[in-house]
Every structure is written in structure tokens, then in C-alpha cells.
Design a protein around this ligand. Structure first.
Ligand code: ATP
Ligand code: MG
Length: 565
């Protein structure tokens, strides 16, 4: 089996695909049937990048086989469900580019049918009402050498039928009784030791209100939901592998209209973040972050606000593949996938986030000239734009040093650099304030280098970005780091809240951007701010107060900048 699995994993495509292909082939259990999958989120939080993987697998497999994928809110557990989450989940899936058409369901729509299937089990002698308290049940669950025990197991069918009906009618208090499947008290798989399939729980449900005071357990409800919807392949994560025998038992022993097959695949884990909704909710509720869509969150709405594109996320999910063993993927791989997409598609602009003024002392005062530059060298079809150049511009404070250090090719007295797409300038010095702080940098330009070329072929190693001080817009720029300082903030007995990175958000105000950035704001979701990374307007950005989030930095920071041409 292990060998078989490995071979399947290594084959082109993946093992799920192979299973499905076998199933629908001649002689397979679904010969001639349309492949039908489902994505079943529990609406108790926002979707995260781990869910994106499941979505890509569920919807992706259906797409691949020309089938269908249902969207089903798994709302059988009424504790923390909320309409807000339902809407957000739909929005996120649609944003990723997947469609469920009219196949949108709530598991709670099947409560009545589930109840009937439970009655069917009792009638067949395959379920009974048990009066052990949760503590007693725990004490009586046995171990590898001792079977579990329930004194109620052989209760007459009629009695269980009557009690179960009365459980439903609210005659007993919460926790007083359960309905248990009668399977095998000595099974090596503890999920099969007469699992509880219904419990009494007086909780208000977001859709069914107070109509029910008994609720089905996940392991009983899920196979029924799948079967009722005609799902052929119920794809889920590995932790359900040990539950598959119970899944199949429910399907085999109830008169459901179809037979779904459960296939498990590995959960996605990513380092430097936490992924469980419970933990993400804590970050929101305790105000460590600014809501579920904080750009530092691994939620889909957070990634979207950060500037992630649907294509980058789908591509990431595609490339990490599906496997049978859990593993942790590097966060940097997710960033890599985004960078690839934005490198192709983002508009290039110049923005200075830590500005200092550069005065070109030999450039006539009051003069200005235009340069035409390509919006995106990778997409000539995106056209060109005009930027202006005059005697004063802003440059990054880091692009000037009073004294050269090894490997530094930017501005220092006596050195020449290229002002990107404009001219080559030679640094002549600077002015400092009374504290010794550099407040202005001086340079002279070479009129023969218009466009940044050196007609005599002399070598100019550094190229820096700049923004015309006569023609710019102010912007706020938000720079992000990992939310956690530890790559595995929630492993072992670590408390992830102890590893919050205090520098995960850095707000830069008074940044200077090409006017272009302000004008087309909204039409182009992402920009490359040259040398700084990829940025997108934040949802709170307005025409009068531009705010940009750094989605991802460019690669190899310093090295690349210092040597760039
Ligand atoms: P969480 O612990 O984050 O709340 P969950 O599994 O309880 O996750 P559900 O809403 O029940 O969340 O999940 C819906 C579907 O998404 C399930 O099929 C589940 O297996 C899948 N899923 C959840 N997290 C991941 C993950 N990290 N990687 C892959 N699939 C996931
Ligand atoms: Mg869950």
C-alpha cells in the first residue's frame, strides 16, 4: 500500500486524480458518472491559505474532469457560526475564480433527513440511546486491550426509538443522553467503538434557530450530506483518514441515494504563520492585528488586501501539489509565486519612501523636461507614460552616503550614478542641519547622458530611482514583516502569542510618488515601486490620502540594488 501510494504521488498529476480516473473508467465504481466534489467549510471564521489549497483540490478536480463542485456550509455545529462568515467565504472563493453555480447548500438543510437516517439505524438495531455521561463514556472507552463498555447497548429497539424521539422533543436536558452507532466496542480504531452520532445541545442555530435541540456529530452528518448531494468524491484532509471506516459504515447502513468515496490528502502548513481559524480569531479579537483582512494575516481576505492575486494563489496551490504526508511549505514560496505574477503584470513606477532632496545645481531653475518610459517592460501593450524632471528631485536617503563604503555604488561625493531613465549625475556634496543630519544632497548632471546613456561608454554602476520634486503626490506606505518571529510559532507547547513580531508593520508617511500613481489609482491594482518591491493600494486608500501596502519585496535586496543598471 505504502509503495503504491508513493508511486501514485510521483506520477504526473496526482494520486487523487489517478483514483478518480480509475473510478470513472470502465468497470470503475462511478463508470459513466459525472465527477462531483464539494468544498465544505465550517462558517466559523474566514478562509485562509490552507483552505485555498482544499478549494483548488475540490474545485480543481471537478474542473479537470468536467464535473461539478458544490459549496456547502458545514453548519451542523451551531456554536460559533455567523452570517458574516458565510458571505466572506463566498466572496473569497469567487475571488479565487471558482464557481458553484446554483449548488450552494447548508448542511443544516438536511437535519430532518439526518434524523430519519438515525431512526433507520435504530430500527435496524444499529444505533441505541446511551445514558452514559461524557465523563463516564470516557472512563468506559477501554484501551487497546480492553473493549469499551456501555450498559445501554442492548436496550430494546422500541425503547431507543422512543427515547430518541423524546430527545428530539426536548424532554431531556443537555448531555443527558446520546445516540450511539452500534458498531464494534473492541475495534482497534476508536472511532468505531460505538461513536456518538447525536447529542443534546440547546444551542441557537444561525439558520434553524431553536427548532432543534439535538445535533448530529460530524462523522455521522458528513457522509450523509455527501450522499444526499450526489457527491462522488469527498476530498478531505488527512486527519479524517481514521474516520473513513465510519464514513463508509454510515453510507453502507443507511438507505442513502448515492455512494460517495472519501479520499484524504495532506493539509497545507506554512512556516512563520498560524493557520487554525481559532488562532486567527484570537489574533483578531485580542487586536494583535487590524481585523481578519489585516495584510499580515494568512487569510484570503488578508492576502487580497496585501496585494496577492488569485492567479498567484492558484499557482502556488498547483505547484505545492497534493500528497499523502503532511509537510510545511516555506512562506517564501508563496511570495515567490506572487512575485512571478506581479513581475509580469505590475506597472512600474518610481516612489521614494524615505525621501531626501537632491538638487541638480547645474540644471537651470524653472526648467523642466519630459521623459517617456514604458509602463511595463514585460508588457509593451501597457503603453508608456510621461514623467517630468527638473532641478530638484527626491531620492531615498539610503542612496547617499557622505563616505563611500565597500560595495556601495550609489551617491557619495565624486561618484556618478544614473537617475533611472533620466540623466547621469555626479555627487558634489550635501548640506547638513545643526544636528549633523543631511538635509539636501547636491549633484551636477551631464546633459550628454539624456535617457541615462553614456555616449562615451563610461561605466556607471549605480542606478537609483527618483521623483520630481515639482511633480509628485504624497503617499503613506506600509511595510510588512512576518507576523511571528519564530518560524514555527505554534508547535509543541509554544504559545504563538509569545512570538508576535513587534516590527511586523512599519508605516512610512510623507513618501513621494510619481503623480501617475495617484492618477491611475484603482485601475491598476498592483505596482512595482522600482527597487522597493510590489505594492498595491490599501482598501483605505483615497485620492486625498494614498496608502500602499508592500505585497512583497523584490528579491535579493541590497546586492541587486547595488549592482543594478
Ligand atoms: P481550521 O482548523 O483552520 O479551522 P478546519 O479544517 O476546521 O480548519 P473547515 O472550515 O472545517 O476548517 O475546512 C473546510 C475544508 O478545508 C476541509 O475540507 C478541510 O479539510 C480543508 N482545510 C482546512 N485547513 C486546511 C489546510 N491547512 N490545508 C488543506 N486543507 C485544509
Ligand atoms: Mg473545523
Amino acid at each position: 500500500m505504502a509503495e503504491e501510494m508513493k508511486a501514485a504521488e510521483n506520477a504526473a498529476g496526482n494520486f487523487i486524480e489517478d483514483f478518480i480516473r480509475e473510478d470513472i473508467a470502465e468497470g470503475g465504481q462511478y463508470e459513466g458518472k459525472t465527477v462531483h466534489t464539494r468544498f465544505p467549510p465550517e462558517p466559523n471564521g474566514y478562509l485562509h491559505i490552507g483552505h485555498a489549497k482544499a478549494i483548488c483540490v475540490d474545485f480543481g478536480m471537478a474542473e479537470k474532469f468536467g464535473g461539478m463542485c458544490n459549496l456547502r456550509m458545514d453548519d451542523t455545529n451551531p456554536t460559533k457560526e455567523d452570517v458574516e462568515y458565510v458571505d466572506a467565504i463566498k466572496e473569497d472563493i469567487a475571488w479565487l475564480g471558482f464557481h458553484w453555480d446554483d449548488r450552494f447548500f447548508f448542511a443544516s438543510e438536511y437535519f430532518e433527513q439526518m434524523y430519519e437516517y438515525a431512526v433507520e439505524l435504530i430500527r435496524k438495531g444499529l444505533a441505541y440511546v446511551c445514558e452514559l455521561t461524557p465523563e463516564q463514556m470516557k472512563e468506559n472507552r477501554g484501551d487497546l486491550f480492553r473493549p469499551a463498555v456501555s450498559p445501554y447497548r442492548d436496550r430494546p429497539i422500541e425503547e431507543s426509538l422512543d427515547l430518541f424521539r423524546r430527545m428530539k422533543n426536548g424532554e431531556f436536558e443537555d448531555g443527558k443522553m446520546t445516540l450511539r452507532a452500534k458498531i464494534d466496542l473492541s475495534s482497534g480504531n476508536f472511532n468505531m467503538r460505538d461513536p456518538v452520532i447525536y447529542r443534546i445541545n440547546r444551542l441557537h442555530h444561525h439558520r434553524t434557530g431553536d427548532q432543534w435541540c439535538i445535533y448530529p456529530m460530524y462523522d455521522f452528518a458528513h457522509p450523509l450530506e455527501d450522499a444526499l448531494e450526489g457527491i462522488t468524491h469527498s476530498l478531505c484532509t488527512l486527519e479524517f483518514e481514521d474516520h473513513r471506516p465510519l464514513y463508509n459504515w454510515v453510507i453502507q447502513n443507511t438507505s442513502v441515494p448515492s455512494i460517495p468515496r472519501q479520499i484524504e490528502f495532506a493539509r497545507l502548513g506554512i512556516n512563520n504563520t498560524v493557520m487554525s481559524k481559532r488562532k486567527l480569531r484570537l489574533l483578531v479579537e485580542e487586536k494583535y492585528v487590524d481585523g481578519w483582512d489585516d495584510p499580515r494575516m494568512p487569510t484570503l481576505c488578508g492576502l487580497r488586501r496585501r496585494g496577492y492575486t488569485p492567479a498567484s494563489i492558484r499557482n502556488f496551490c498547483e505547484r505545492i501539489g497534493v500528497a499523502k504526508t503532511n509537510s510545511v511549505v516555506e512562506y517564501s514560496f508563496l511570495e515567490h509565486c506572487l512575485r512571478e505574477d506581479l513581475n509580469l503584470n505590475a506597472q512600474r513606477v518610481m516612489t521614494v519612501i524615505n525621501p531626501i532632496k537632491l538638487v541638480i545645481t547645474n540644471y537651470p531653475e524653472g526648467q523642466s523636461e519630459n521623459f517617456t518610459i514604458e509602463n511595463n517592460p514585460n508588457r509593451p501593450e501597457d503603453g508608456t507614460r510621461t514623467i517630468t524632471f527638473s532641478r530638484e528631485c527626491f531620492i531615498e536617503a539610503e542612496d547617499f552616503l557622505e563616505e563611500k563604503i565597500k560595495g556601495y555604488n550609489r551617491l557619495y561625493p565624486g561618484n556618478e550614478v544614473r537617475l533611472k531613465s533620466a540623466y547621469i549625475v555626479k555627487c558634489t556634496g550635501c548640506k547638513k542641519d545643526e544636528n549633523g543630519q543631511v538635509v539636501e544632497v547636491y549633484a551636477e548632471y551631464d546633459p550628454a547622458t539624456r535617457g541615462g546613456d553614456t555616449p562615451d561608454g563610461r561605466k556607471v554602476r549605480g542606478t537609483i530611482h527618483w521623483v520630481d520634486a515639482e511633480n509628485y503626490v504624497e503617499a503613506e506606505v506600509r511595510l510588512y514583516e512576518n507576523l511571528f518571529t519564530d518560524p514555527e510559532p505554534d508547535t509543541g507547547d509554544k504559545n504563538f502569542l509569545d512570538y508576535i513580531n513587534p516590527n511586523s508593520l512599519k508605516v512610512m508617511t510623507g513618501c513621494k510618488a510619481e503623480r501617475f500613481v495617484g492618477e491611475v489609482h484603482g485601475d491598476h491594482p498592483s505596482y512595482q515601486f522600482m527597487r522597493l518591491g510590489y505594492f498595491c493600494p490599501d482598501k483605505d486608500s483615497t485620492k486625498d490620502h494614498l496608502i500602499f501596502n508592500r505585497s512583497v519585496s523584490l528579491k535579493d535586496g541590497f546586492k541587486r540594488q547595488a549592482n543594478s543598471k
